[in-house]
Ligand binder design. Structure first.
Ligand code: NDP
Length: 446
């Protein structure tokens, strides 16, 4: 008997990219849940090499990024841009600046981005980029030197109708500003080539809040449709960056008490509920560590290392980084009576932990749906740039809420359609894939 098409592709990826574990993890997870869709028309898809084309990026660019430090010494980092799939719109996806960045991480993120962007219902393709540059501890001038040099190469491959990068870990408004300045200078054009821009030069209101707020809009709808009210619930959050801060802010606005947050050194437990204004001051303004939190809230606890998932809560919101919620954490959450996990970070839950949570009846909203509010609002920023108009905060926020509620229903309906009710992981993959599949088939083999 000939091998199943999906198995064949997973095997091929394992042979060809054995040195790219994150990419294989992401691709396997997606392909596994697409089985029922692929099996409906397996011969046609195989003939057109649909899956081979889906798992191979359109192009991947790596380049040298030299920059000068405060003492006048030169350093070199590696820059990446993986343009994965533009079947439904221009490439779109963030730029990550973190020492852990490598081609496997960028490919995993770019691959996920295809389906996430499709799920938003907006016309944007999938891409990701970044560098192994570590912004931590760098001066403003060092960051500027890096960003200008990064754009000196990246500008060749991007444009408002081609590829529109955005922020991600380590790339916030400051970095986007320096990159935009360089692009504008090189290309002599003021266009919406990046999103997450400052409000003074084409940014969108509510973009800063969008991923965290969107995460909570989707969580609220998921709980409502499963008979729960979010008001009065407790939550544990990891991270204290852009996603975590605005997730905590919206959670509190919805009446949820947030008990924890973390950074890469340690975590905070505040039984009175996290003081979001204090976290904003520590992280956004002072760019300091969470050890400072106790100064604002003497009744809180600070612990080194990881540990937020040990605290009993109704909802868990991983908002830091990939693979940060392991099987032991999943067991602890279930033992503590957790009813829902909604992923703010990309792929924060390991595959075995996802399985365990689902088998134990925990509602799991996967990243590509739950954190799609950021990229959706980036697409709204692109629309505003094209119109040369600025929408109000309320307009953008209302559109964001609609998009997140729609995403929830699309993934829920797709799961139901294929007999996997409440399996939102499969539902999100399928709902995201269906539109990309239609576009790829209609555009022929290319
Ligand atoms: P930030 O850089 O603003 O914050 C990241 C947070 O996670 C920080 O608190 C950081 O701690 C912590 N962190 C980073 N790496 C690790 C690690 N290896 N171990 C433990 N903690 C870590 O990033 P964002 O909030 O923007 O992004 C967080 C996640 O959300 C990422 O997975 C990103 O891809 C995803 N995402 C972000 C979107 C956005 O709009 N920002 C959109 C969609 C997804 P420290 O302060 O010590 O660095």
């Amino acid at each position: 008997m000939s091998k199943n098409y999906v198995d064949e592709i997973i095997e091929m990826l394992n042979d060809k990219y054995s040195n790219q574990p994150e990419f294989i993890q992401a691709a396997t997870e997606v392909l596994d849940s697409l089985r029922p869709v692929i099996e409906e028309n397996e011969d046609i898809y195989r003939r057109d090499a649909l899956l081979e084309r889906l798992v191979e990026p359109d192009r991947q660019i790596t380049f040298r990024v030299p920059w000068i430090d405060r003492n006048g010494n030169a350093h070199v980092n590696t820059g990446y841009r993986v343009q994965f799939n533009n079947s439904i719109g221009p490439y779109k996806g963030g730029l990550r600046l973190h020492p852990s960045v490598n081609i496997s991480i960028i490919k995993f993120l770019g691959f996920e981005q295809i389906f996430k962007n499709s799920l938003t219902g907006l016309p944007i393709g999938g891409a990701k980029g970044g560098s192994d540059f570590d912004p931590k501890g760098k001066t403003d001038r060092e960051i500027m030197s890096f960003c200008k040099n990064f754009m000196l190469e990246l500008y060749k491959y991007i444009g408002q109708d081609t590829d529109v990068p955005a922020g991600d870990i380590g790339t916030g408004a400051r970095e986007i500003g320096y990159m935009f300045g360089a692009y504008k200078r090189i290309r002599r054009t003021h266009e919406g080539v990046l999103t997450g821009k400052g409000l003074a030069y084409g940014g969108s209101l509510a973009r800063t809040e969008a991923t965290g707020y969107g995460l909570l809009y989707l969580t609220e709808e998921m709980l409502r449709c499963n008979g729960f009210n979010v008001a009065g619930k407790t939550a544990v959050v990891s991270g204290s960056g852009n996603v975590a801060i605005y997730a905590m802010e919206k959670a509190q606005q919805l009446g949820i008490k947030v008990l924890t947050c973390s950074d890469s050194n340690g975590w905070v437990y505040d039984p009175e509920g996290i003081d979001v204004a204090a976290v904003k001051e520590i992280k956004e303004k002072n760019r300091a560590r969470l050890t400072e939190y106790k100064k604002y809230r003497p009744g809180s606890e600070y612990h080194e290392g990881r540990g937020v998932w040990k605290i009993k809560a109704d909802i868990a919101l991983p908002c830091a980084t990939q693979n940060e919620l392991h099987i032991d954490d999943a067991k602890q959450l279930v033992a503590n009576g957790c009813i829902a996990v909604a992923e703010g970070a990309n792929m924060p839950t390991t595959a075995d932990a996802v399985k365990y949570l689902q088998e134990n009846g925990v509602l799991l909203a996967p990243a590509k749906a739950a954190n799609a509010g950021g990229v959706a609002t980036s697409a709204l920023e692109m629309s505003q740039n094209s119109e040369r108009l600025n929408w109000t905060f309320e307009e953008v926020d209302a559109k964001l809420k609609d998009i997140m509620v729609n995403i929830f229903h699309n993934m829920s309906d797709a799961a139901k359609k294929y007999g996997m009710e409440k399996n939102y992981v499969a539902g999100a993959n399928i709902a995201g894939f269906e539109k990309v599949l239609a576009a790829m088939m209609e555009q022929g083999v290319c």
